[in-house]
Write a new protein. Structure first.
Length: 17
């Protein structure tokens, strides 16, 4: 199961790249 907080952080890091 993936938590929304972790998903948001991952998207932010990938988008920041």
């Amino acid at each position: 199961q993936i938590e929304p907080e972790v998903t948001f952080l991952t998207i932010g890091i990938v988008s920041n790249s």
